[in-house]
Each structure stands twice: as structure tokens, then as C-alpha cells.
Design a binder for this molecule. Sequence first.
Ligand code: GRF
Length: 223
Amino acid sequence: MTTSLPRVAVLASGRGSNLAALLAAREHGDLPVEFALVGSDKASAGALRLAEAAGIPTLALDPRSYPDRRSFDADLFDRIAASGADVLVLAGFMRIIDGDVLAPWAGRMINIHPSLLPKYRGLHTHRRALEAGDREHGASVHFVTAELDGGPVIAQARIAVEPDDDESQLAQRLLPLEHQLLPAVLTLLAQRRLQWSDRGILFDGEPLHAPLTIIAGQLQAVE
Ligand code: GRF
């Protein structure tokens, strides 16, 4: 019997360290997926160079060549569908996507966001956590909906904020945890252990009442 692995497309606008973590997990045999496509809205994105080096098809579309946001999103998502992707990962993709365009991907599309959602949707999350005097900060992986950073949260990674932290130190300390969190969640999705239904997120068929937490590289349910 042959079983085909889920095909994953990744969208990234920047350097691509989260993509690199996914590629490394796949390389180590920890992530049971095939990468169908890496796409970007920036031809200069480091993520595209990483994908090229790994032999993954890439796509760079310039939003400025489209009459409006929706036609860019529609073309991008047509091409993602044409790649045969089953699952879509946003790994530092810095654009808001049209709700109608992303609707067919509900439950098959995840995003990593550097805050403990629902806190600090949008930009400058590290700065905002520091300004608020938070003692704890983190990252979240959530299912994507039309609401920016507003879909149901699957899992989080947490770090303590140190008294002398600045924005870049906090971001730098969080990043290695993002690199554990995203492959771990994508693994569960690939194994079909996560579903998003009208009962909310199901983990191994049971409703998830609170986001999973990553501890020592392992996702754990919070009691
Ligand atoms: C990460 O902090 C991610 O959480 C956020 O954008 C950053 C992307 O970094 N959405 P990279 O391009 O994966 O290195």
C-alpha cells in the first residue's frame, strides 16, 4: 500500500527562519509532509532562496502588478491550488488575505504569530508586550480566518520577559521556540490529529479547551 504525504505550500515575506525550521524537521524525518511550493510577495525574500536550495518550486508575485488586493490574492491562491497543496502555512507572510479567497482553506491553513494571542494581533508584538509590562510573552500558531491573527489558537510557546529585555532581545529569545512550535503543529495537522469543526478545534477527536503548549520541544495539552 502506498500512502501519499500531505502536500504543503508555505508563504513567507522575509528571511524564512521558520521555513528553515520546517525544512530541517522534514530532513530529520520528523515532519511527514512534502513541500509543494514556497511563495512570496517579495522576490528578494530569503525564504525563496532557502526553498530554491532545497529544490522546492518557488513563486514570487508582485502585488504592484495587480489592479487590487483581491486580484493578487485570487491569483496567488489559484497557483497554490494548482501546486496540489493540501495544507498552507503562513510563516511570516506580511499581508492580509481576502476572506473569500481564503475561505476554501479553512481548517487547512495555519499562521505563526509572535504573541500570546489574543494579545497583540498585528505588528510590533514584542514592543507592545514590553510597553504593557507583561511578565510573559510568546508565540501562537492558529488556524487562519478572515480576521487578522484572529482564528482559533492551536498551540503556544511561552517565555518569561526579563527585566532588561529590549524588543530585539525578546524577539531573538522567542524565535528558537517558534522554530519548535511551527513544525510540531504542522506535524499534528499532517497526521490528521487536528481538525477544525463546528465544535471548535478537535485534537485526537476531542475538543481542545485551551491551546496546546510546547515544553521541551513537545506539544502538551494544558490540564
Ligand atoms: C516570525 O517572528 C513570525 O512569527 C512572524 O514573522 C517572523 C518571520 O520570521 N509572523 P522568519 O521570516 O520566519 O524568519
